[in-house]
Design a protein around this ligand. Structure first.
Ligand code: GLA
Length: 731
């Protein structure tokens, strides 16, 4: 049993293998949060809170003249609104009389085997058959707003999921202005916030800042989870390192606007709230109506590395789906940086033949293949091949590519439309825009209104035709602008605050339909690289193009930041040409491959532009990748950043779960004359075992490699990479 109810103190304990989460109902009916951290057996933890008269604080009326129960200071599973809890709210609502007060009290709870369902939303699946559900029901009596707190406990995975269902049990409508998915409180301690910010071409850079007194928030108001802020935060003890210290993660399975807020309050506790939408969010709950706030995947671990590894495994095994989620992903070549819009059957076939000869397994025809798509100003919406570029048709091109032995994949951007397209000419009302106001453009395109069912059905229709008529094994699903002009013509004025969430539910419906209809197709998500790199999208697309920046030195930071939450199997990474198209930097092809091989691997360059030696090098790289791929996809990932701090190098390690194999990669971002050598210590090996260090021709014990460590040879030249394969030769 991973959920335990103890009658004596009305407490509920959620147990995972290494962690415990403890809550209890107090005498006033508030559901108090008491503990989350290293595993404990259930016991009465109310002693942790000391009651005393705190000035300027709300006291529950039922307390009479007892002034020691402070609504402001108790930690709660769900915040109250308007009754003295002045911290960031999980809920903001407006009753039919205009009141904004919700005093939510415990009504009941239920413990069930299996995981609760969240129809229409991405959610962690109970793959291991060991999940349990806790549902706690709270109610505000005057307004009859009922809140269902959902917890899914994944004991083996050491993870807990959270979601909230808001229900209007009154006869009048209630407006939700903020409808959070979870509230996590840390009663004591000194905490840092680790979040992942960026921009196009520089996604998910880790930034660790002390939690301050006051509110810190990251989020998106772009209609996508965004390049700027990832919907994943970590709260860690100020002293926490990769190896030790309390670390908590909150990851959203949601791909649209969100807010992750953290507040350090006056007595030192910290509250974190994750909610969908931004300030413009507003949802009208009709009598009897429900609103489901998306799921959060929450984890606790001792040390950042272990926390990341817990997320990696859960995403890989319990979030990603489809034929490919646990399988080998084909090494691909993508036409974008090879040809951009300058596509012809001849050019594509030439590239495909060269790629197939080097052992590449999948050809991806990127943007530019469809009618009217001479550049990025026109064509989106008209998803038929361009007869000028492909006079013999798409089918004939695919046949040519399939004859090389490769699979075929294609790029689409279904949620968008160019005004210069037949689709827009036929359905101008399908784009988001307020009547009477010409919508702003971005990349000269508009965003389709996916809150409309007819628009969803149109996308399902053309994608079904594409995937049925042609021999397509892979889809790259792109989304190349932020959303603005948020207005849907089908919704009444008072529901315009619902458009973006409805549009996201629309996209999830489209993706659910297509991935169910075509379970063998590998879908790769993309949004100008990693603008929608989140666990919500990973439920439908088991890999996502990590960034449009293919420069390996830039990718070091991008992929390192991504690794805090997301497994390597989800990280689309390609070798491109030098000088790099984004930065103009030249790096050795071995370094480009070492970095790209830390992900779902591929190439994206014109193979005619490189030397015969480099082509041979690619042949070897593909072979090497195929050999290493199970380790890359499934291995335990260790960032070794703390080991090489100040050494102008990035280093990371993969160790197979049975500790039989490991792969060390080090990339130098600068080299120096007479430099100190890089020394690092391995992690996660079997101390008793003897390992062969392939590139060294040496055998050393796991104990020596982890304790005494390993000194790298001198790294010279521009941006050199070093890789070392370890294999257990004796136990
Ligand atoms: C986005 C993607 C690129 C490429 C272009 C095509 O920017 O991230 O990989 O597909 O669109 O327009």
């Amino acid at each position: 049993m991973s959920i335990i109810y103890t009658e004596a103190d009305h407490s509920i304990t959620l147990q995972t293998r290494d962690s415990s989460y403890h809550m209890a109902v107090d005498s006033y009916g508030y559901i108090r949060h008491l503990y989350y951290g290293k595993r404990l057996e259930p016991e009465d933890l109310f002693y942790l809170y000391r009651y005393y008269d705190r000035a300027f604080s709300g006291n529950p009326r039922a307390a009479g003249t007892d002034r020691t129960y402070s609504m402001y200071a108790v930690c709660q599973e769900f915040s109250n609104t308007g009754v003295g809890d002045y911290r960031i709210p999980t809920l903001r609502m407006k009753s039919s009389d205009g009141a904004r007060i919700a005093d939510l009290r415990y009504v009941s709870h239920e413990i069930r085997n299996g995981k609760y369902a969240l129809p229409g939303l991405p959610a962690v699946r109970d793959e291991d058959g060991d999940a349990q559900t806790l549902e706690v029901i709270l109610r505000d009596e005057p307004s009859k707003l009922t809140v269902h707190l959902l917890y899914g406990v994944f004991e083996k995975k050491n993870m807990i999921t959270r979601a909230v269902i808001y229900e209007n049990a009154s006869e009048k409508s209630i407006v939700l202005e903020k409808a959070g998915s979870c509230c996590l409180e840390l009663p004591y301690g000194n905490w840092d916030l680790l979040h992942f910010h960026g921009r196009h071409n520089r996604e998910r850079a880790p930034e660790r800042v002390p939690v301050m007194h006051g509110v810190q928030a990251v989020g998106s108001c772009r209609g996508m989870s965004s390049h700027q802020h990832n919907p994943f935060i970590i709260l860690c003890d100020r002293r926490a390192t990769e190896d030790h210290g309390d670390c908590y993660g909150l990851m959203y399975l949601y791909s649209s606007n969100f807010r992750a807020e953290v507040e350090g309050e006056q007595y030192g506790s910290v509250r974190a709230v994750m909610s969908p939408g931004d300030e413009t969010f507003c949802w009208r709950l009709q009598p009897g109506g429900q609103f489901t706030a998306p799921e959060v995947l929450m984890g606790y671990a001792d040390g950042l590395t272990r926390l990341s590894q817990q997320y990696h495994r859960t995403i890989r095994e319990n979030i990603c789906r489809g034929a490919y989620h646990l399988a080998h992903r084909p090494v691909l070549i993508n036409s974008w940086e090879a040809a951009y819009f300058d596509i012809s059957a001849e050019r594509i076939l030439k590239l495909a033949r060269q790629a197939a000869d080097l052992g590449i397994e999948l050809f991806v025809l990127d943007d530019g293949w469809f009618r009217g798509r001479k550049d990025d100003n026109a064509g989106l919406g008209d998803w038929e091949y361009d007869p000028e570029k492909l006079p013999e048709g798409l089918d004939s091109l695919i046949t040519g590519i399939r004859e090389t032995g490769m699979l075929f994949g294609i790029w689409v951007e279904p949620e968008m439309v160019n005004e210069d397209s037949d689709l827009y000419r036929a359905h101008p009302d399908w784009a988001l825009a307020e009547p009477g106001r010409a919508p702003a453009r971005s990349r000269n395109q508009l965003v389709l209104d996916l809150s409309r069912e007819d628009v969803q059905d149109y996308i399902i229709g053309f994608m079904t035709r594409l995937l049925t008529e042609y021999d397509i094994s892979y889809i790259k699903w792109d989304f190349n602008r932020s959303v603005m002009d948020v207005y849907s013509r089908l919704l009444p004025a008072e529901q315009q605050g619902e458009v973006l969430h409805r549009a996201m539910l629309g996209l999830y419906r489209v993706l659910e339909t297509l991935t169910t209809r075509f379970p063998k197709v590998l879908f790769e998500g993309c949004s100008g690289g990693g603008g929608r790199f989140d666990a919500g999208m990973l439920y439908y697309t088991p890999q996502i193009w990590c960034s449009d920046d293919t420069d390996p030195i830039e990718r070091l930071t991008i992929q390192k930041g991504t690794s805090f939450g997301y497994p390597l199997s989800t990280v689309g990474a390609h070798v491109s040409i030098a000088p790099n198209h984004q930065t103009g930097r030249s790096t050795p092809i071995s370094t480009r491959a070492a970095v790209a091989a830390t992900g779902a691997f591929g190439y994206e360059l014109d193979l005619s532009l490189i030397s015969a030696e480099e082509q041979e090098e690619i042949r070897r790289q593909v072979q090497q990748y195929l050999e290493d791929e199970p380790l890359i996809r499934q291995g335990l990932y260790y960032r070794l950043g703390e080991e090489t701090e100040g050494m102008d190098a990035f280093s990371w390690l993969l160790v197979s779960e049975n500790q039989d194999q490991a792969l060390l990669t080090v990339v130098a971002t600068a080299t120096h004359g007479n430099a100190p050598l890089i020394h690092l210590r391995f992690k996660g090996l079997d101390p008793e075992a003897l390992y062969e260090l392939r590139e060294e021709g040496l055998k050393r014990s796991g104990a020596a490699l982890m304790n005494a460590g390993y000194t790298l040879p001198m790294l010279t030249g521009d941006y050199p990479a070093f890789r070392l394969h370890l294999k257990k030769v004796r136990h």
